[in-house]
Structures are given as structure tokens and as C-alpha cells.
Design a protein around this ligand. Sequence first.
Ligand code: AKB
Length: 337
Amino acid sequence: MRQPVVLITGAAGEIGHALIERLSEHSGVPVVTIDLAALDEPLPRLVSREFTGSILDRNLLENIQAKYQVDRIYHLAALLSTRSEFTPVTAHEVNVTGTLNLLEFAMQQARSHGHPVMFFYPSSIAAYGVRRGDERAEHPLLEGEFNCPTTMYGCNKLYCEHLGAYYANHYKQLDAEDHSGRVDFRSIRFPGLISALTVPSGGTSDYAPEMIHAAAQSQPYACFVRPDTRIPFMTMPDAISAMFALTEAPAEKLTQCVYNISAFNPTAETIEELVRKAYPEAEITYEPDARRQAIVDSWPQAVDDRAARGDWDMLPSYDLESAFAEYLIPTIAQRYA
Ligand code: AKB
């Protein structure tokens, strides 16, 4: 008998870190992880098996297939937006071929154990492509608007949303009576995420968490976007809660498989002001990087998340002020104490 488990790819990244901690608090289900990097402490103690390797390694996936009954997959492995621009072919391999491998893996798992596999896929506001100054894009964007990403990462995310929907629908149609081979694909387009416990790397929304973590460590920070840059953000705990809310929602309540979510849409300057309130000595300057600025300028300033709020009651617990006052500043202070 294979052991029933939850599989997390890209587990050593920021979302993986927070997800493993939350799963260990709230679910008794054993967790198996894959990442190129080893998990940071204390995560190895919270998972039942850690595989160090690549999602492009089919032998590794077959090995997991043989040993475990995977009922749920959180497929988090990806190269983020800035990094993907430097190595676009590798990004395509990891972000697209890797996702295809995992969708095939999910389908084989579902067929072998006879019930659908829940497949959670973190998409991104990078799936959009807008032009700053285009009045048509001034309102909060619905999922179906401005789907013309300008980055390799954004193209990968948008395509994999479609790939996931294909796996969910194609096999549903083939097995109209028998749902055993189904992949229950559900996805969230995440805004920039801010964690008090980890610092991101390779993303373009990184300026917000970097600014806060630098100030907490009394380090100077040169922000790589202009002060008036505005994109949606959310705290990591709210992002993890949203992942649980979506994956726990009854299928009949879901009207789409990809959902926007958001909490607050500050400019970089507003983030700076809140950082200075907590750390008056903070040394923050602006040195916009043209390529990274162009990436964030192609992302929406706000997204319309009414579908998520209506279908599965998505409701972030932090707004901008409480995110700083109740989560970021106190937790970061403890982290660097
Ligand atoms: C990135 O900056 O690449 C990510 C994202 C917004 O998807 N944080």
C-alpha cells in the first residue's frame, strides 16, 4: 500500500516555507517535498520526506509515484519574474515543462488510486500585460482582461493556467461517468507577497519585502522602482489562508478555476512611509532599474477579486495598516532580535 501524502514542489521557497508550517499546525496529512535546495530549519522536521531534486527529473517523479499515493499537489516550483528574464529558456523549461510533468503526474496518480487529485497552482499578476497611462487599464482588472503578459514568467503563468484547465476539462469529458482520472485544477493569481519570516529572491515585487527587511536590520536600501509605482500586495499568512480556502471549497461553488485575490495596493512611497514610521532611522533611496521598472509597469495597479470573494469567501485578514502594525513589524522585530 502506498502512503497517502500531500506533495509540495518548490517547497524551499517563500510560499513553501509558510505552507509547510501551516500544514504542520492544521493537518495531520504527511507532506512530501521536492526542491533543488534543501529545506531550511525547522522545516525538515515538519515533513515526512524531503526529495532534493528537479521537477524536470522524470525518474524522481516516477520514484515518488511508486512510493506514495498523492491526493493533493501544491506545485510551487518556478523561476520568478526578474530571474526568468535573464534565463528565459531555463525559465520556460522549469515553469512550463515542469508544470506539464506535474499535471501528467497528477493524472497518473488519480488513475492509479481512483479518485481526483487536487492540483493547486500559484499564478500571478504577471499574467497581465498593461501599459501605464492606458486609461482602459485604470480600473481593477478582471481575470479575463489584458491577458497579454510581457515577461517570460508572465507568459509561462498564463499558459500554465490554460494547461491546468485543459487537464481538468479534457479528462472530465473523456471520463464523463468515471471521475477517477481527474485533475481538480485550482489556481490563484497572487499579487506581490510580503512575509515577515522570509525574503524573496528573483521576483520583481521583491522591493516591498526587501525595503522592510533591510530597515529592520538597519541596512540601507536602494529601491529598484520609482516611488509612485503601485501594484497589489498581500501578506503571506493571508495568501496561505486563501490557498486553503480555495482548495477546501466545494467544487460546485467554483465558477472558474483561476481567481484573482488582493488585499492592498500601495505605492512604493507609501510602503516607505510605513517603514519609516516603525524605523525612523531607515536609509531608503530610489535607484530605479529600467528593466525591473518596465516589468512592474506592465502589471495591474489593482485587480478585481469579486469572484474569489463570492465563490469561496476570500477575505484577507490584513489591510495595509494592520499588515504593518499587527503582522510585519512585530514579527520581523522578533526575527532579527
Ligand atoms: C514576482 O515578482 O515575480 C512574483 C510575482 C508577482 O509573481 N512575486
